[in-house]
Design a protein around this ligand. Structure first.
Ligand code: HEM
Length: 412
C-alpha cells in the first residue's frame, strides 16, 4: 500500500497535486547513495520535530528523532491515519482511498487487522517456508541464466516477493504468470507514469474477480481463509483493500530490501561470508533493515487534538510525517549509526517496520524471505559483483519506498 501510494504521488490522477511538490518538501525522500542526505542528521540533531514548508495552507511537521517518532506512531488518541482527514487537506479525492489498514483508524482498523492477524502468525507463515525456498532457488537459476550482466532486480529481487504473495493470497496456479505481470508492471515507471496507474486498476480488477471467484469456492490462501472465517462480516470492497494492501505493502518493500541488501553484501565480503556460513543471519537481516530503511516515511498522521511532541506544540489538524530513515540513524541505535554493524546491541528495536498499532503486519514474512534469500544468493554466487560503478546506479529520487529499478551484476 505504501508502494502504491508512492507511485500515485509520482504520477497523475487523483494524486496529481502531490507530484508538484517542490524539493524543499521532498528532500527527506532523497538519499546520498544508500544513506539519508546529510541534512537529515543536521536537522535531527538540532530539531527532531521540525516544520515542513508544505503548500495548500497546511501546517506540517517532519519528525526525524527516534523518541519523537515512537511518540507519534504510538499515540492513538493524538493522531489519526484516516484517509479522509489527510486527503481533504492536500486536495486528493476521497474516492482515491486505497482501503486496507494503513489509512484506517480504530475501531475499523482493529476489526480489519484482527481478521488478518491469524494469517501472519509464525505458525501459519511457516507453511510458506518450503515454497519460499523453492521460489528463491528458481530465481537463482534465472539469475544465473540471464547472461552478463544480469539484472538482479528483475530476475531475483522483484519476483521473489511477487511469487511469495501469490502463495500467501492463494492466487490460483494458472493465474500466476498474469498476476506476477500485473503486480510487477504496476511498479514499472520505465514505461511512463500511466503504465503503473493502468496496472493498479488492472490488478484491482483482477483482485475483484478473484474475490468473487473465492466467494464461490474459497481457496487455501489468505483470501479463502478470510472468506471462510469472516465472509459475512467483510464486504468485497474491504476485502479488495486488504488484499491490495498485502500486495503493495509486501511487494515493492521486500523487493527493495532484497536488491539494496544484495548491494550491501557485494560491498562487504566479510558479511557475505558470514551469511554463506549460516552465521548471524537474523542479526544481519535486522541490521540491513535498519540501515537501509526502504520505507522512508510512515503513513501521514493528522493531529486530532492539540499536543506536544518532543516539546514542540502540535495543533489539531497539523500533518505529521515521521522519517523512519531519519529515526533509524539516531544515536539511540548505538554508536556509529551510519555503519552496518550486525553486532550492535541496540537498547530497542529499529523502526524499519514502523511502531505501534500500524506496525507492519508482514514483518515476519518479510524477514522469512530475507533470511532465506540472502544466504542462498551468496552461496550460489560467491563471486557476485556489481556490473556498474555503484555511483552510476539510478536510485529512485523521491520515492516513499527507496530503491533501484535495475541492478546489473556479474554472477561469475
Ligand atoms: C522489508 C519489507 C517491508 C518493510 C520495510 C515494511 C514496512 C512497513 C512499515 C514501515 C509499515 C508501517 C507504516 C506506518 O505505521 O505508517 C508497514 C505497514 C504495513 N505493511 Fe509492511 N513492510 C514490509 C513488508 C511487508 C509484507 C511482506 C507485507 C504483507 C505481505 C506487508 C504489509 C503491510 C501492511 C498490510 C501494513 C499496514 C499495517 C497497518 O496499518 O496496520 N509489509 N510496513
Amino acid at each position: 500500500m505504501l508502494g502504491s501510494l508512492a507511485r500515485r504521488f509520482a504520477g497523475d490522477g487523483p494524486y496529481a497535486g502531490l507530484a508538484l511538490l517542490p524539493d524543499r518538501i521532498l528532500w527527506p525522500l532523497h538519499r546520498d547513495g544508500l544513506d539519508p542526505v546529510e541534512r537529515m542528521a543536521e536537522i535531527r540533531g538540532r530539531e527532531p520535530v521540525s516544520k515542513l514548508p508544505v503548500p495548500f495552507g497546511i501546517r506540517a511537521w517532519l519528525v526525524t528523532g527516534d523518541d519523537a517518532t515512537r511518540e507519534v506512531l504510538g499515540s492513538l488518541d493524538g493522531f489519526s491515519n484516516d484517509f479522509g482527514k489527510f486527503a481533504g487537506k492536500v486536495g486528493i479525492k476521497i474516492s482515491a482511498d486505497p482501503g486496507g489498514l494503513g489509512f484506517a483508524d480504530p475501531p475499523d482498523h482493529t476489526r480489519l487487522r484482527r481478521m488478518l492477524t491469524p494469517e501472519f502468525t509464525m505458525r501459519r507463515l511457516s507453511r510458506l517456508q518450503p515454497r519460499i525456498e523453492a521460489i528463491v532457488a528458481d530465481r537463482l537459476d534465472a539469475l544465473g541464466a540471464a547472461g552478463a550482466p544480469a539484472d538482479l532486480w528483475h530476475e531475483w529481487a522483484l519476483p521473489i516477493p511477487a511469487l511469495t504473495i501469490c502463495e500467501l493470497l492463494g492466487v490460483p496456479y494458472a493465474d500466476r504468470e498474469y498476476f506476477e505481470k500485473v503486480s510487477m508492471s504496476r511498479f514499472d515507471m520505465g514505461a511512463g507514469a500511466h503504465a503503473p496507474l493502468d496496472a493498479v486498476s488492472e490488478s484491482l480488477n483482477y483482485l475483484d474477480g478473484l474475490i468473487k471467484e473465492q466467494r464461490r469456492i474459497p481457496g487455501d490462501g489468505l483470501l479463502g481463509a478470510l472468506i471462510r472465517t469472516h465472509g459475512d462480516a467483510i464486504d468485497d470492497r474491504e476485502l479488495a483493500g486488504l488484499a491490495d494492501g498485502v500486495l503493495t505493502g509486501g511487494l515493492e518493500t521486500s523487493a527493495s530490501m532484497l536488491a539494496l541488501g544484495a548491494m550491501a553484501l557485494m560491498e562487504d565480503p566479510a558479511m557475505a561470508a558470514q551469511l554463506r556460513a549460516g552465521e548471524n543471519v537474523d542479526a544481519i537481516v535486522d541490521e540491513l533493515l535498519r540501515y537501509l530503511t526502504v520505507v522512508q516515511v510512515a503513513f501521514p498522521r493528522v493531529a486530532i487534538r492539540d499536543l506536544e511532541i518532543g516539546g514542540v506544540p502540535i495543533r489539531t489538524g497539523d500533518v505529521v510525517i515521521c522519517s523512519l530513515s531519519g529515526a533509524n540513524r539516531d544515536q539511540q541505535v548505538g554508536a556509529e549509526p551510519e555503519r552496518i554493524d550486525p553486532a550492535r546491541r541496540p537498547g530497542r528495536s529499529h523502526l524499519a517496520f514502523g511502531y505501534g498499532v500500524h506496525r507492519c503486519i508482514g514483518a515476519e514474512l518479510a524477514k522469512m524471505e530475507l533470511r532465506t534469500a540472502f544466504p542462498a544468493l551468496v552461496r550460489r554466487f560467491p563471486d557476485l559483483r556489481m556490473a556498474v560503478d555503484p555511483a552510476d546506479l539510478q536510485f529512485r529520487r523521491a520515492s516513499i519506498v527507496f530503491g533501484v529499478d535495475s541492478l546489473p551484476v556479474h554472477t561469475v
